[in-house]
Design a protein around this ligand. Structure first.
Ligand SMILES: [Zn+2]
Length: 212
């Protein structure tokens, strides 16, 4: 009999990274948050695009350049459409582009809060092993042990003990994997056969969250 419940957790961070930019109004470096809005300027066949940020203290605007004097024909129809319609999922990709942000700011604040969407991929009610596949759509600073502790209701010290005894396996495994930030494609297998405490895993895992 199959005793594995295979699930996928999709992690959606709530807050986009905030670069620290010199604010001419506040007179120092301040974290700027994305307004979620694109500003465009067309000049003949050339296009400039910015993502508008606001100072978290005084709301002063900072226009983050996405591209400058870009030939329109060099852009894919999908990108053009996204720019013209202020497409939120395209904008979200820009907001979480840490490499691009690091070229603009030395310091970037990241946030650990995330919504977890759960799906059952395969398994039965009588499972004793939980196989979790992580889908991390955007970079998020959530630690793996915090995520598991929150979502499974198992203390972090207990998770460490399970990991040490081999009953909690992480693939790919690295030193201190539990303390590191979660990565896309990570799989976690937890053997809960010997756990006497009935962890509130079943229901929370079996019912996909409907956040929308
Ligand atoms: Zn300011």
């Amino acid at each position: 009999m199959c005793t594995i419940l295979k699930v996928r957790w999709t992690i959606n961070p709530r807050t986009a990274p905030q670069p620290w930019i010199a604010c001419s109004c506040c007179g120092g470096l301040k974290p700027f948050r994305s307004s979620g809005k694109i500003r465009l300027n067309a000049n003949g066949k050339k296009l400039d695009a910015w993502l508008v940020y606001k100072c978290s203290t005084c709301d002063k605007t900072w226009n983050r350049t996405l591209f400058e004097r870009q030939n329109v024909r060099g852009l894919s129809p999908a990108t053009l459409e996204a720019l013209q319609t202020n497409d939120l999922s395209w904008i979200r990709t820009q907001e979480f582009d840490l490499d691009a942000l690091r070229r603009k700011a030395q310091r970037i604040d990241e946030f650990a809060e995330a919504d977890v969407q759960k799906e059952v991929l395969d398994g039965t009610d009588s499972w004793t092993r939980l196989d979790i596949e992580l889908a991390v759509t955007f970079p998020v600073s959530t630690r793996l042990d915090r995520l598991l502790a929150t979502e499974l209701g198992i203390a972090r010290s207990r998770l460490q003990a399970l990991h040490k005894s081999g009953k909690l396996q992480i693939h790919p495994d690295r030193a201190d994997a539990l303390r590191r930030r979660i990565k896309d494609g990570t799989s976690i297998v937890i053997d809960l056969t010997d756990e006497t405490k009935p962890y509130p895993v079943q229901m929370s895992v079996a019912s996909p969250q409907d956040d929308e």
